[in-house]
Design a protein around this ligand. Structure first.
Ligand SMILES: Nc1ncnc2c1ncn2[C@@H]1O[C@H](COP(=O)(O)OP(=O)(O)OP(=O)(O)O)[C@@H](O)[C@H]1O
Ligand SMILES: [Mg+2]
Length: 361
């Protein structure tokens, strides 16, 4: 079982800029935990504080109950992988991986064994004598990973390790990173601003916004039951429309948006203007006209259409000018709707999430 990491009330300012405004998180032993959030929300600041490259202004960091934040960086027993690889260009693959072991004064025979073990794990043992400039981006990133793991750290920290790779390689590497982490059982904190990557790779994740934790949970829960409008809009592609709550009778509140209405997922404590967030997959094209005052349906005009492989994504303009996305799964090539065509759509009430309007958009 890996180490337990506790982050307790962490604060950090850079001059006038508040980067962390009281972050508390508990990361379980052996867990793959992700920090997800938009650019500038404090992910790197948090990770570097744990690694010891930055001194927070307040709060505590504990590893297995010990005050990690009182140790210098090199005594924290942490492996770190950076966004830009940061492998030494003048050292061979082998020497890059051996570097941290030499710094720790490990016996030469042991260095050889552990460096080669780490390289075998990432399938780079056959390229041990190459220099970094003779490697592809993905191979360089594997070396960085092997170097972090060779020291057998109690914590592994990764700051956007895949951001320099192309889309296909990113997907391959993330699967590989997860497999390795599972095999070794190292408690891992992974940083990304890519919500799809976070959902795919994490055991649990925290969504950060402006230096605060918005929500912590399993990927499925964060996707299905976002705790705030920010999370709902940040995770996945979302439609977000301000509407008016016109009925709260029965199980499903009803919201009106200038000319059409939908029922929504129940939520207490709302009245008047509300923010409705719903994903493109919650909408379907319909052939019937929306019927009855209770209908979860409306009409709109096709603005554009994007073919995404398994999904056809329509951009639609509502009668009041607002734009929404609608995803058609298993699209039927004989029934494509062209630009300018008026369409009807229905909404799944369960998928419409309501939030107070005053939350920042
Ligand atoms: N050395 C610094 N001096 C001043 N401000 C800084 C410094 N480093 C970071 N900041 C600011 O602190 C905030 C948090 O930065 P941080 O690098 O932690 O964000 P991030 O979530 O990692 O973003 P990204 O996804 O772009 O890497 C930002 O507003 C940033 O501009
Ligand atoms: Mg960053």
């Amino acid at each position: 079982m890996g180490a337990i990491l506790e982050i307790d009330g962490l604060h950090k300012r850079y001059g006038d800029v508040g980067a962390l405004a009281g972050v508390s998180l508990t990361i379980r032993g052996g867990e793959f935990f992700t920090l997800l959030g938009p650019s500038g929300c404090g992910k790197t600041t948090l990770l570097r504080s744990v690694a010891g490259f930055l001194r927070p202004d307040g709060g505590r960091i504990l590893c297995d109950g010990e005050r990690l934040d009182r140790l210098p960086a090199h005594k924290r027993d942490i492996g770190m992988v950076f966004q830009n690889y940061a492998i030494f260009p003048h050292l061979s693959v082998f020497e890059n991986v051996a570097y941290g072991l030499r710094a720790r004064r490990v016996e030469p025979v042991e260095i050889r064994r552990r460096a080669m073990d780490a390289l075998r794990l990432v399938q780079m043992d056959t390229l041990a004598d190459r220099r970094p400039d003779q490697l592809s981006g993905g191979q360089q990133q594997r070396v960085a990973l092997a170097r972090a793991m060779a020291i057998r750290p109690r914590l592994l920290l990764m700051d956007e390790p895949l951001s320099n790779l192309d889309a296909k390689l990113r997907v391959e590497m993330r699967t590989e990173i997860r497999r390795l982490q599972r095999e070794l059982g190292i408690t891992t904190v992974y940083v990304t601003h890519d919500q799809e990557e976070a959902l795919a790779i994490s055991e649990r994740l925290a969504v950060l916004n402006a230096g605060r934790v918005e929500q912590v949970g399993f990927p499925w829960d964060v996707y299905q039951a976002p705790g705030s409008a920010f999370v709902a809009r940040f995770i996945g592609t979302s439609n977000a429309l301000v509407g008016r709550l016109v009925a709260t009778d029965g199980d499903r509140p009803q919201v009106e948006f200038g000319g059409w209405t939908t029922r929504a997922r129940p939520r207490d404590g709302l009245a008047g203007r509300v923010l409705a967030v719903f994903r493109p997959e919650a909408l379907s094209l319909a052939t019937e006209a929306p019927s009855g005052p209770d209908a979860s349906a409306g009409e709109a005009v096709v603005v554009s259409r994007e073919f995404l492989g398994a999904v056809l994504r329509y951009r639609l303009r509502l009668d009041d000018g607002r734009l929404i996305y609608l995803d058609e799964h298993k699209p039927d090539a004989t029934r494509l709707r062209g630009e300018g065509v008026r369409v009807r759509f229905t909404v799944q009430p369960e998928a419409v999430m309501l939030f107070p309007v005053e939350e920042p958009l």
